[in-house]
Design a binder for this molecule. Structure first.
Ligand code: SF4
Length: 303
C-alpha cells in the first residue's frame, strides 16, 4: 500500500500517510532510537534510490481512502526518508490536485538542499534535528559517512518553507545526548525561528534497547527552556493520542505494521475493553504475525 492509515498523530490528529519509500526500510540515517528497526538499505543520495511508486495506484488509493475516512492532514513519510524518492515533486502535485487537506512532510533533514523547491509547496516541513555537533550526530543518527551536521543546519536555515523542528531527547549511556550541547542547540533555534519545536522521546521500543525515554517532568522542563527563548515548544505523552472514530481491523493492522502499540492504546483505538484486547490479538495472530516486545516495563505489540 502506498497510502496507509489514518494513523493517530499527537501532533497532527488523524493523519493519512503516503509511503514514498515502501519496505524494506531505506534511509540516509540509522538512528539508534528508530522504531522501524535497523536501516536495511542505507543510501546517501536520491540517485541511489531506484524504487518507484505507481502514480496511478497512488491516485486510486488516495481517492478511495478519502471517500471513506475523515482525516485532518496528509503526511509524506513512510518506511524511511521520504525525500529520497525522486518522485517527491510529482507526488506533491498529485496529492494537491486530489485532496484539499493540509499536506506535510516528516523529514530527517539530510537531503533538504536537493528538495527545497518541492518542500516549499507544502503546508509544513517537520525537520529532524537531534544534534548540533558532528560527534553527537554520528553517535545518535549514524549518518552516511560524508554527511556533516553543519551543512544540514545550514540547509534547514535556507529552506524558506513553513518549518517546525522535531528533536528526540532520550537517555543513553548515562546521559541525554542533546542536553550535552543544549546551549548551542538553543542558539541555533533562536537564529532559525521555527514555527514550533516538537520535543520527542522514544515511548515505543527503539532499535537499541539501551535507549530510554525521558520522564514527563524532564520533557516539560526542556519545553519550558525553549519557550523562555521565545520559541513555541511542546511534548506529548503516549496517552495524549486522541481519536474520535474507532478503527476497524484493517486500519489497526496497518498501524501495527508501522509502529508498536501498547494494550491500552489498542483498547482505545478499537473501543474494546482491556481484557478483550488480548483475546482480540490472539485471534488476529492466527492471520497476522503479531509480535510482542517488552520495553520500559510495558508490553508493545506490532505486526
Ligand atoms: S531518520 Fe527516521 S526513519 Fe531514518 S533511521 Fe532515523 S528515525 Fe528511522
Amino acid at each position: 500500500m502506498i497510502v496507509y492509515g489514518p494513523v493517530l498523530s499527537w501532533r497532527f490528529g488523524r493523519s493519512l500517510g503516503i509511503d514514498l519509500i515502501q519496505p524494506p526500510k531505506t534511509c540516509t540515517l540509522d538512528c539508534i532510537y528508530c522504531q522501524l528497526g535497523q536501516t536495511q538499505h542505507k543510501i546517501c543520495s536520491r540517485n541511489e534510490f531506484s524504487r518507484r511508486i505507481d502514480i496511478r495506484v497512488l491516485e486510486d488509493e488516495l481517492n478511495e481512502k478519502i471517500e471513506c475516512v475523515d482525516v485532518d492532514v496528509i503526511t509524506l513519510s513512510g518506511s524511511g526518508e521520504p525525500t529520497l524518492n525522486p518522485q517527491l515533486g510529482e507526488v506533491i502535485d498529485v496529492v494537491r490536485g486530489s485532496v484539499k487537506k493540509p499536506l506535510i512532510i516528516l523529514t530527517n533533514s539530510s537531503l533538504l538542499i536537493d528538495v527545497a523547491e518541492d518542500l516549499r509547496k507544502l503546508d509544513l516541513v517537520e525537520a529532524k534535528l537531534d544534534a548540533v555537533t558532528q560527534d553527537t550526530f554520528v553517535s545518535v543518527n549514524r549518518p552516511c559517512e560524508y554527511m556533516r551536521i553543519h551543512e544540514i543546519k545550514e540547509s534547514i536555515k535556507n529552506i524558506r518553507a513553513h518549518l517546525s523542528i522535531q528533536s528526540m531527547f532520550f537517555r543513553h549511556e548515562g546521559g541525554v545526548p542533546l542536553m550535552r550541547e543544549f546551549s548551542e542547540y538553543i542558539c541555533y533555534l533562536k537564529e532559525l525561528k521555527p514555527l514550533r519545536v516538537d520535543v520527542n522521546t522514544p515511548w515505543r521500543p527503539p532499535q537499541n534497547s539501551e535507549v530510554e525515554p525521558l520522564r514527563e517532568q524532564e520533557l516539560s522542563e526542556i519545553c519550558e527552556k525553549i519557550r523562555n527563548e521565545g520559541i513555541d515548544a511542546r511534548y506529548y505523552k503516549e496517552s495524549d493520542i486522541s481519536h474520535s472514530k474507532k478503527l476497524n481491523i484493517d486500519e489497526l493492522i496497518e498501524i501495527l505494521s508501522r509502529r508498536p502499540l501498547r494494550m491500552p492504546d489498542i483498547a482505545k483505538l478499537t473501543g474494546l475493553s482491556g481484557d478483550d484486547v488480548l483475546e482480540f490479538l490472539n485471534k488476529l495472530s492466527k492471520e497476522y504475525n503479531i509480535k510482542s516486545i517488552f520495553y520500559q516495563g510495558e508490553m508493545f505489540y506490532r505486526v
